[in-house]
Design a protein around this ligand. Structure first.
Ligand SMILES: [Mg+2]
Length: 190
């Protein structure tokens, strides 16, 4: 039975995963629930999910390239990326033309589109998503985005969606069990 949340368009997602060497993530509405706490002094606050964060740390540790591309700019995104081990050179903020940023990364890192995955939730992410080898979206992404995603998480954005995306990628590459192996090494339940 086909899982309706994992559309098989453009050749099916599973076969695409093996080639992925780089994964990019939008921030608002993917790594967060899309809400933006804007204070009168102009500072922003965002709510991230700890399980998403742990998964992104594993993704960095796996050796894949990991980047964030966001149209907004805020200090909290820098702080969050640093916590996760995503280098400042891979944090692309105020990216008003996300596709241009993506194309520059491909050129600089010698990547083909088929070797990249991108997670987005809204129209501005579509130019990258239709280029990338693997397009991922949270369950509550815009309908136009859901329609073009190869993988759609069951969780909503900011509530574990990124965790599912990372697990889908690393499981598909046969690396998830090894990366989490250390956690399960202790004695099992009594
Ligand atoms: Mg977004």
């Amino acid at each position: 039975m086909t899982n309706s949340r994992q559309p098989e368009g453009r050749g099916g997602p599973a076969g695409r995963v093996a080639r992925i060497r780089w994964a990019g993530f939008d921030v608002d509405g993917v790594m967060t629930d899309g809400g933006i706490w804007l204070a009168a002094d102009g500072t922003e606050a965002k709510r991230f999910h700890s399980r998403d964060g742990h998964a992104l740390k594993l993704l960095v540790r796996s050796g894949l390239g990991v980047a964030v591309i966001t149209g907004r700019r805020s200090r909290v995104v820098e702080l969050r990326a640093a916590e996760l081990g995503i280098g400042i050179g891979s944090v692309h903020q105020a990216a008003h033309d996300k596709l241009a940023v993506y194309e520059r990364i491909l050129a600089e890192e010698g990547l083909s589109p088929e070797e990249t995955a991108f997670a987005g939730d809204d129209m501005v992410d579509l130019p990258i998503m239709v280029r990338a080898g693997l397009a991922m979206a949270p369950a509550d992404a815009a309908p136009e985005v859901l329609a073009r995603a190869h993988f759609v998480s069951r969780s909503k954005a900011g509530h574990g969606a990124v965790r599912e995306m990372v697990e889908f990628l690393l499981r598909g590459q046969g690396r998830w069990d090894a990366l989490i192996g250390g956690y399960a090494a202790g004695p099992g339940p009594a």
